[in-house]
Write a protein that binds this ligand. Structure first.
Ligand code: FMN
Length: 179
C-alpha cells in the first residue's frame, strides 16, 4: 500500500500483448491502493547512450530527451515494472536503450527496491525467458539495494491482442496486488 509504482511498457505496437500484462499489473497495484505511473515507450524520444560517462560526475545525461525524464522517475519510484516483448530471446532493444540511459542513476541514491519483469513471446517453452531474465538481472545487480522481485511470462502470443484470456493476465494482476 501507498507505494510509488512506475510501470514502463516497452512495446511500440498497438494492442500489444506485453502492454496488457503491464495494465493488469497496474490494476492489481491500484486495487491495493498504490500510486501508479504508467509510461509507454511508444512515441518517446530516446537517444542511445553514447558512453561518454559525463553522467557519473554531473548525475544527468547531456541528452535531455524522454529517456532522461523516465530515468529520473525510475530513480524516485519504490517499485519499477518493465514490460517487454521478447525479441530474439532477449529484452527488446527499446528497453535495453532505456536501461543504458539509466546510467546517471548509477552513482546516486535511488529509491527503488523491487523490480518486476513482464514478458510476452510467441514461444511457449518455459525456457523462453531464461536469457531475457538474465539480461535484466545484470542491470538489477548493478543496483545492489534492489532485487528482481518477480516475473510474469505470457507465452504462445504472436499477433497483437493474442493475450486475451491468457492466464498470465491474472498472474500479473496478482503480482501487482502483492507488491
Ligand atoms: C524482432 C522480433 C523478434 C522476436 N523474437 C522472438 C523470440 O525470440 N522468441 C519468441 O518467442 N517470439 C519472438 N518474437 C515475437 C514476439 O515476442 C511476440 O509477437 C510478442 O507477442 C510481442 O509482444 P508485444 O505484443 O507486447 O509487442 C519476436 C518478434 C519480433 C518483432
Amino acid at each position: 500500500m501507498d507505494k510509488k509504482v512506475v510501470i514502463i511498457s516497452a512495446s511500440l505496437r498497438k494492442d500489444s500483448n506485453s502492454e496488457q500484462l503491464a495494465k493488469a499489473f497496474a490494476q492489481g497495484a491500484e486495487r491495493a491502493e498504490n500510486e501508479i505511473e504508467f509510461i509507454s515507450l511508444s512515441g518517446k524520444k530516446m537517444g542511445f547512450c553514447t558512453g561518454c560517462l559525463s553522467c557519473q560526475k554531473t548525475f544527468r545525461c547531456y541528452m535531455q530527451d524522454d529517456a532522461a525524464v523516465i530515468a529520473e522517475k525510475i530513480k524516485n519510484a519504490d517499485v519499477v515494472v518493465f514490460a517487454t516483448p521478447i525479441y530474439y530471446y532477449g529484452i527488446s532493444g527499446q528497453l535495453k536503450t532505456l536501461l543504458d540511459r539509466c546510467n546517471p542513476i548509477f552513482p546516486q541514491e535511488y529509491r527503488f527496491r523491487d523490480v518486476y519483469l513482464l514478458m510476452a513471446a510467441a514461444d511457449d517453452n518455459p525456457h523462453t525467458t531464461d536469457k531475457v531474465i538474465s539480461s535484466l538481472a545484470g542491470w538489477v545487480e548493478c543496483f545492489p539495494r534492489c532485487r528482481l522481485a518477480g516475473t510474469v511470462f505470457a507465452g504462445g502470443v504472436t499477433a497483437p491482442g493474442d493475450i486475451k484470456n491468457h492466464m498470465a493476465l491474472k498472474e500479473a494482476f496478482d503480482a501487482g496486488m502483492h507488491i
